[in-house]
Design a protein around this ligand. Structure first.
Ligand code: ARG
Length: 458
């Protein structure tokens, strides 16, 4: 197969090298962006008079026809033509004749691939944003539906204080909101046009870069041609933001795995989202959240792969940069799949309200309420903490709960205890009293649901 760059070569490329260097097996998915970028470029070439308007039109039409074949799966990619860019260009020349060879005027694959990746990432970022929003909506819905459920809040995996399940779930909505902010911010740096940088030094032809940027809906034109063809920061930012998404999803997944265990029994996973064991007939395994947890590792690996490809790479384009694609594509695919499956599964989870509130009642989880009660009566908090600690030890030794203490028992620990202490011992009262902004009281949580709904639905 004759290569578009074969002019200075006497001998053909070795088969081993062809298969070693090709990228079309994985970059073919860039075809919609390659065509979109090429159409904008061809229009600009006609608009500026670098090529004739009629040539420009022929090229655009040819590209459109090729896009049609690609969309129908009728296009035959050839690995001898290296990558998606050369495959499409060769097909164009075959289709419309030598005029197709004018498309690559004032352009190099170096700025072309940088543009394709930016167009691809803009689309992926928008898809990811929509999916994250979808998961936020699901979490909000589940929170609202289960607003009455009290569960133990944990620190060090020890029962700490009773909280609303809804409050716990909204914590994830907050994380996802930050993820959306990060991804949205990244768009500013993705939507910058590298085209017109040509190989690395710019072009002697009178291109109109702004025209192309506007046609593609980009915000700016890159200001240094060397940087433009060697910059992959925007990809690393994307994978880094995606990694944080996976941190959040894997924490949620881990909690689902724990909660589904016999030991917790806080939730029951829907049958359709669990799997069985080939040897133990009784088992219902939480494979979906486990895989989400596991896939986080893949995405972090992709981030390290990209960092490592870029580290120490001299300017400008080097073929190493072709290795940016598999980790980037895998990241986008993986995160989307995780968001999708979690969004589907979450609304079908059954929460065991009784087990959750029973667990919340155990472990002297309202000890902090007792201490705050004493602090409210004027005792310095450190002393209140000490007194309550002694009370816990006493109860533990007796094998009783706070509620089992008589008024006289309380008085023995502090004379500040009045009859109103009773009303502070239950988990419901405890939750209800946490009215500080962002706290777990139903009133606060409902306020947050309202705020988040407003934030998410716009
Ligand atoms: N397939 C290449 C890549 O993914 C496209 C750019 C090739 N440029 C070059 N000078 N060989 O990076």
């Amino acid at each position: 197969m004759k290569k578009p760059w074969a002019g200075r070569f006497k001998w053909r490329t070795s088969g081993t090298v062809e298969s070693f260097t090709e990228s079309v097996s994985f970059d073919r998915r860039l075809w919609p962006y390659d065509i979109e970028g090429s159409i904008a470029h061809a229009r600009m070439l006609g608009h500026t008079g670098i090529i004739s308007k009629s040539d420009s039109k022929k090229i655009v039409k040819g590209l459109r026809d090729i896009a049609g074949e690609l969309a129908k799966g009728k296009f035959k990619f050839k690995s001898g033509l290296e990558d998606v860019h050369m495959n499409i260009e060769a097909a164009l020349i075959k289709k419309i004749g030598p005029v197709g060879g004018k498309l690559h005027t004032a352009r190099s694959r170096n700025d072309q691939v940088a543009l394709d990746m930016r167009l691809y990432l803009r689309a992926e970022t928008k898809e990811l944003l929509a999916l994250i929003t979808g998961l936020q909506e699901v979490l909000l819905h589940v929170a609202e539906k289960n607003i009455g459920i009290i569960m133990p809040g944990y620190t060090h995996m020890q029962r700490a204080q009773p909280v609303l399940l809804a409050h716990h779930l909204l914590a994830y909505v907050e994380m996802l909101q930050r993820d959306r902010e990060r991804l949205t911010d990244g768009l500013k740096r993705i939507e910058v046009l590298p085209l017109g940088s040509a190989a690395l030094a710019g072009t002697s032809l009178p291109v109109d870069r702004k025209y192309v940027a506007e046609a593609l809906g980009f915000r700016a034109v890159s200001q240094n041609s060397i940087d433009a063809v060697s910059d992959r920061d925007f990809m690393i930012e994307f994978v880094s933001a995606a990694s944080l998404v996976m941190v959040h999803l894997s924490r949620l997944a881990e909690e689902l795995v724990l909660w589904a265990s016999e030991e917790f029994s806080f939730i029951e996973l829907p049958d359709a989202y669990a799997t069985g064991s080939s040897i133990m007939p009784q088992k219902k395994n939480p494979d979906v959240p486990e895989l989400v947890r596991g896939k986080a590792g893949r995405v972090f690996g992709n981030l390290v792969a990209l960092f490592t490809v870029m580290k120490g790479l001299p300017l400008a384009y080097n073929r190493d940069l072709q290795e940016d694609k598999p980790p980037l594509f895998d990241t986008a695919d993986t995160v989307k799949a995780c968001l999708e499956v979690l969004s589907e599964m979450l609304p079908k989870i059954k929460f065991n309200a009784e087990a959750m509130s029973k667990a919340a009642e155990g472990g002297y989880s309202t000890a902090a309420d007792v201490a705050e009660y004493l602090a409210g009566k004027g005792l310095p908090f450190r002393d209140a903490h000490e007194v309550t600690g002694k009370l816990v030890r006493h109860c533990e030794q007796q094998g009783i709960a706070f509620e089992d203490l008589s008024r006289a028992d309380f008085k023995r620990f502090s004379t500040l205890f009045g009859p109103d202490i009773r009303s502070r011992l239950g988990v419901k009262a405890s939750v209800g009293s946490r009215r500080s902004e962002g706290g777990t009281s139903p009133a606060q949580v409902k306020r947050q649901i309202k705020r988040l709904k407003r934030l998410i639905l716009n």
